[in-house]
Design a binder for this molecule. Structure first.
Ligand code: NAI
Length: 473
């Protein structure tokens, strides 16, 4: 028996704690657990080699073990340097039947507080498949795994490394330069990718528009049971969890600015208001701005309110939202954080470059920045997504929806490649409705059944789908 050492986590002795939380989470993830039961015999993912790049949390552990239960081989990394829960990673490496001395789980390469070099090293490890060229499926969150494969293929084709116009791409460059992986062969074996988040989905559509997408993709984010639940109700829970754990500042009575009123912004604004904050929204889209106004929020420009607010949260998935010059105008001890996928919403480099500014660590992922005049700002997770950096991300029940979507999307792409030529797809509506249905009993929801003549009257089948594709919920 060869010892299983094909993983890297912070501390295997955390596995028992991780396992206890995984067991508690399973009860809160009825979607994933019923999919496990439904497909246990059929093993639809037998033969699938799934490389996953998605925050290595307790909830993700339940996803990983669901994919394995359906027959897949899995290798995993986090998609953010701060988002791993070390006890969850340890439990996945040890596995339900292993021990810290004799781990017998899934290859996972993830720990909280990776450097960028370590982050991309981990991604490469998860793409490196002993006995095979690589994975044949990717499950991505933010698109970093998909990006690395595409950059690798481009590099092999042109002999040119990607231009390193930021620190991150410089690391990607170094990975490609030193990697022994056969990117072209690896990409040709990939049947498809299922993408978790808004930002990753943007990247996929962009690649497809440019004719550069190498394999089919399912946009899991735009399943209704994903973006209208995880992005909104998930952030409604985990935004203030992050702010509370980081600062324990009373939110009630404060003024909070939420930049962006998309799905994430809507959830964030609601949670801050729920705590008694006065919430101001900034938007560039007139529809979302009008929605915010109708929901009772003040809608203003950052420029107009930057000196009044106590808490700032970016939720746009866009870049350069809060700049150093904005931060210079904020109040003493204003709190600044981002919940969008990437760390380019807040100008951290500009902040660091302010003359005489001093950064100090209060605790990991909480920093004060002291200006020359003595004013202090509190910046969360160095501008990276704070709900996963300062807290533990979304709770299990909402992730059960997202991850049930992910699992069904993996089954679709893996088992029906002929139905999905290279393009970006959303999950078929009957599967979206199925995922919602799987979560009703746990909440005591009693659904009304359409009578056949009613179904005929509104032009749907009794068993659904109930809405046309253009319906927006
Ligand atoms: P969305 O597209 O629904 O919302 C973003 C909103 O920001 C849009 O309404 C857009 O008009 C607005 N916006 C863009 N530029 C702006 C600017 N300069 N100023 C003000 N508003 C601006 O996207 P969604 O689904 O809300 O996702 C937002 C980000 O959050 C993405 O990066 C996504 O990947 C990420 N995300 C993070 C999660 C987490 O747990 N931290 C969970 C889900 C998504």
């Amino acid at each position: 028996n060869v010892a299983f050492t094909d993983f890297k986590v912070a501390d295997l002795s955390l596995a028992a704690f991780g396992r206890k939380e995984i067991t508690l989470a399973e009860h809160e993830m009825p979607g994933l657990m019923s999919i496990r039961k439904e497909y246990a015999a059929a093993q639809p993912l037998a033969g699938a080699r799934i490389m996953g790049s998605l925050h290595m949390t307790v909830q993700t552990a339940v996803l990983i073990e669901t994919l394995v239960a359906l027959g897949a081989e899995v290798r995993w990394v986090s998609c953010n340097i701060f988002s791993t829960q070390d006890h969850a990673a340890a439990a996945i490496a040890v596995g339900p039947d292993g021990t810290p001395d004799a781990p017998a789980g899934v290859p996972v390469f993830a720990w909280k507080g990776e450097t960028l070099e370590e982050y991309w090293w981990c991604t490469e490890q998860a793409l490196t498949w002993p006995g095979h060229t690589g994975p044949n499926m990717i499950l991505d969150d933010g698109g970093d795994a998909t990006l690395l494969v595409h950059k690798g293929v481009e590099y092999r084709k042109t002999g040119e490394l990607p231009t390193a116009d930021n620190e991150e791409l410089a690391v990607v460059r170094a990975v490609l330069e030193n990697s022994g992986l056969d990117w072209t062969a690896l990409a040709s074996e990939i049947r498809g990718v299922t993408e978790e988040t808004t930002t990753g989905v943007h990247r996929l559509y962009e690649m497809h528009r440019e004719g550069a997408l190498l394999f089919p993709a399912i946009n899991v984010n735009d399943a209704v049971t994903k973006s209208k639940f995880d992005n909104k109700y998930g952030c409604r829970h985990s935004l203030i969890d992050g702010i509370n754990r980081a600062t324990d500042v009373l939110i009630g009575g404060k003024t909070a600015v939420v930049c962006g009123y998309g799905d994430v912004g809507k959830g964030c604004a609601e949670s801050l208001r729920g705590q008694g904050a006065r919430v101001i929204i900034t938007e560039i889209d007139p529809i979302c701005a009008l929605q915010a106004a109708m929901d009772g929020y003040q809608v203003a420009t950052l420029d107009d309110v930057v000196e009044q607010a106590d808490i700032f949260v970016t939720t746009t998935g866009n870049k350069d939202i809060i700049m150093a010059a904005d931060m210079a105008r904020m109040k003493h001890q204003a709190i600044v954080g981002n919940i969008g996928h990437f760390d380019n919403e807040i100008d951290m480099a500009g902040l660091a470059a302010i003359d005489g500014i001093v950064k100090d660590e209060v605790k990991p992922q909480v920093h004060t920045w002291t200006f020359q005049d003595g004013k202090v700002l509190i910046v969360l997770s160095e501008g990276r997504l704070l709900n996963l950096g300062n807290a533990t991300g979304h709770p299990s029940f909402v992730m059960s929806n997202s991850f049930a979507d992910q699992t069904l999307a993996q089954i679709e792409l893996f088992t029906k490649p002929e139905e999905y030529p290279t393009d970006v797809y959303v999950l078929p509506k009957h599967l979206d409705e199925k995922v919602a249905r799987l979560h009703l009993d746990a909440l005591g929801v009693k659904l009304t059944t359409l009578r056949p003549e009613q179904a005929a009257y509104i032009g749907v089948e009794v068993e659904g789908p109930y809405k046309p594709d253009h319906y927006r919920y």
